[in-house]
Structures are given as C-alpha cells and as structure tokens.
Design a protein around this ligand. Structure first.
Ligand SMILES: [Zn+2]
Length: 429
C-alpha cells in the first residue's frame, strides 16, 4: 500500500472542508477531508481519520461547507418562444426553431452548473436535452449531467403539446392508444431515441389551453404496460399527474416517480400506498408560487393558466405537509422553464420545502440523495451523496445552509463546483 501511494497520490485530489454535509441526512462532520481518485470518492471523514496523501491536489474549503452538488429532477431546457410575450408558450415553443432552442439550452446548462446543480432531469424536451446531454459529455458545453426523456403521448392528448412531442415546427399527432401501442412507443424511445427514462402525462396540465388538469389520460392497463416495458429494459417511468385519481392509476401501475401531484392528499389510502411502494414524489412547488405562474408581475401569463396554477397553489402547502409527515419519499424538482422561473434559480424550491415543514437537512437530502434515488439504478449508487465509491460531484459553499437554506440561492456564495472529481466552476481563482 505504501509503495503504491506515491503513484496513486499523483492522481488524487483532497477536498478540505470546514463542515461536510454528506447528503445522507447524517449529522454534519467538522474539519473533514474528501479524497478523490479520478472521478470517484475513495474516502470521506474527519481529518483525524482521513490523511491527505503527499502530492495530492488540494481544494481548500477549510472555512466552508462542502455538500453534494444539487439535483433538480424536473425542468425543461430550451423552452423558448420566438416572441417572449406569446401567451400560449406550449404551442409557441413547439414552433420555435430547434437551433434557437439548442442555443438557449446551452446557456441554461451553464446557468445550472454555475448555480451548483451537477445533475438535472428534463422530462420532456427530448430533441434538445438528449443532444445537450451528449454535448456536455463530449466536453463541448460546461454543464451538469443531463437525464433526458421524450414524452409518451396518449392518442387523446391535444395536438397543442408540440413541445412535449419534441415538436420544433411539427406538431405531430401520433400517440399511443392501448397497452400494445404503449409498449411499442416505450421501446421506440429507449431503442431509437436514446432516452434516459420514460415520461408520460397521466393527466391534463396547467399549461394546456384546452383541457383541465383533472382529465385522466391513461387507463391502468396502459400504465401497467408502460411500467412493465420500461422496467424490462432497466429503465424507469416518471408520470405527470395532478388529481388523486390520476396519480392513483400511476402508483397502482408501479411507476417510479410522480411529478406535481398537488392533490394526492385527497386520497389518504393513496398516500399510504406511495409510502409502502416507495414511489418517489417530485412536488415542483415554485412554478406555482408568486415567483412563478401566480406572479402578478408576469402579465403575459394568460388567465386560463394563471387560474389553474392558483387552484394548485391554494392546496399545495396542505398537500405537502400531509405527504411529508406520512413519509412519502420526496425528491426536489421545480418545473423550471424560461418565462416561468429563470434557469439557475431552482434553489428557491428548498426555501419553500422548509416553509412547508421540512427541516433544512431534509430539504438538502431531497435535493441530493433523493435525486440520485429518483434516477434509479445504477445512478442511485453513484450520485447524490458524498460517500466512498460515489462520483465526486460537490459544491464548496461560503455559508451554512442548515442555518439559512436561502444561502443556496446566492450564486456568489457557491465558491466551487466539482463534477466527476474536476473543478468546473471556481469563483476563488
Ligand atoms: Zn414539467
């Protein structure tokens, strides 16, 4: 071991931390060290237990907090309209050019990594997010890990949802109808479109100009086929659903994450079912808040959308408190999209989670460890916490988020961001 250390230490990085919050929910550790070899963490602990090898590259956070990079499990990259005052953003984004959307998405990726987000999940911007994911992996764009999906549309989904269909000029009218068509579309997304997961709309939406979010999209047979087919490929399913009956169909079908779900607590049996099955809930609070769709200053938001968002907002705190208290697994997600919330302001979500009853530590776990869990295996074993064997995605923060969760919103306080063991943002040099 001693003989090897001079060789391996050349490739080692040591992060010194005044405090480590490791993302597991365990108490913070003072005066700690994280040792990193290549992209992976090889040791974490108090500086008494973890010695810095000679020759290791030092990242000094000895007067700062070091924690896992933030993870947002629900946002939409490249949601761009040619005219920013266009009220029907869903349809207009579908008409914007792919090249314009792509350029915006590159800038948004940079905003994320600069704000300390090292992993993001885009459940419905497929032709932009998949290419961007690859461009970041190729080193062309500085950005977070991107997990991308294309939406499995139901035949009854209105044609306005061009953006979700990957539209960009073409409002395709295809959609699955019945379990066998659902299976075929899931296979198509996985085998041909290189998606990282399967996304679907189990209900209508707040965004839609033509239907209410209580409208049910899929039958139990269809969603069971979707989950079964996705799981057969080692993939997972995220379902957008609002009302308790539409969420219930998805949970019974065995899907992995529920997006939005502001009325789940209308059905306490369903809450129990989610706890028992371990279904992960991604609440997306800020998009409905007065910083998002119910912001009186955002005058371009049309009344149909503002009204539905207000209906959601009026129930959101009660629902969140009930599900949190019941022990539903919660992963942070914001539904950030240009015009609604600026990309990079996603850490506002943690402030609302704390206002709605989480401790700051619970909000951090929801935004780190639970993000990893929401991505399923093998990513749940590689992302989300600062533990031996995981990928070294972390931030060095000037402040204590357990004292004040809003410090995570202040980009100038995020002094360094590391992804895959490499410093990719440095505000101190
Ligand atoms: Zn969304």
């Amino acid at each position: 071991m001693c003989g090897e250390s001079s060789v391996t230490s050349k490739m080692m990085t040591a992060v010194r931390a005044g405090t480590i919050i490791d993302g597991t929910g365990k108490s913070p550790v003072k005066d700690a060290v994280i040792l990193i070899e290549g992209p992976k963490i090889v040791a974490v602990g108090s500086e008494r237990d973890v010695k810095v090898p000679q020759g290791a590259t030092l990242v000094d956070g000895s007067d700062k907090t070091v924690m896992p990079g933030l993870m947002d499990m629900h946002l939409h990259l490249g949601t761009v309209t040619d005219d920013p005052t266009e009220p029907n953003i869903v349809e207009a984004t579908g008409k914007a050019s792919v090249s314009l959307r792509t350029i915006y998405a590159c800038r948004e990726a940079e905003a994320y990594i600069n704000a300390g987000f090292t992993t993001i999940r885009d459940p419905g911007g497929w032709n932009i997010a998949i290419g961007l994911r690859n461009a970041i992996a190729h080193g062309l764009v500085n950005g977070p890990r991107v997990f991308a999906a294309k939406v499995v549309m139901h035949a009854t989904t209105p044609a306005e949802s061009g953006i979700m269909r990957g539209g960009a000029g073409v409002l395709a009218r295809e959609g699955a109808d019945g379990p066998w068509q659902v299976r075929a579309m899931v296979r198509d997304h996985i085998l041909h479109d290189q998606v990282d997961f399967i996304k679907t709309l189990g209900s209508g939406s707040v965004s839609s100009a033509v239907e209410h979010f209580r409208v049910r999209r899929y039958t139990l047979e269809e969603l069971t086929a979707m989950a079964d087919e996705a799981h057969a490929y080692g993939n997972f399913v995220a379902v957008h659903a609002y009302s308790a009956p539409t969420v219930r169909v998805a949970v019974e079908a065995g899907v992995d994450t529920i997006e939005h779900g502001p009325f789940i607590s209308d059905d306490m049996e369903l809450v129990k079912m989610m706890v028992n099955k371990g279904t992960i809930w991604v609440p997306t609070i800020i998009v409905y808040s007065n910083r998002g769709l119910t912001d009186p200053k955002k005058t371009w938001i049309p009344p149909f959308r503002r009204g539905k968002a207000q209906e959601v907002w009026d129930n959101i705190e009660k629902n969140f408190r009930i599900l949190h208290k019941a022990g539903v697994r919660i992963a942070m997600g914001t539904d950030t999209a240009r015009h609604f919330i600026d990309h990079g302001d996603n850490a506002w979500e943690l402030e609302w989670m704390v206002k709605f009853g989480m401790t700051p530590m619970e909000a951090i776990v929801a935004s780190t460890k639970m993000g990893g869990q929401a991505l399923g295996k093998p990513w749940s074993e590689q992302l989300g916490t600062l533990e031996k064997g995981k990928l070294a995605d972390l931030i060095v923060l000037d402040g204590d988020p357990l004292e004040d969760i809003t410090v995570l919103q202040k980009k100038d306080k995020i002094k360094k961001v590391m992804k895959d063991g490499k410093v990719v943002v440095d505000r101190e040099s």
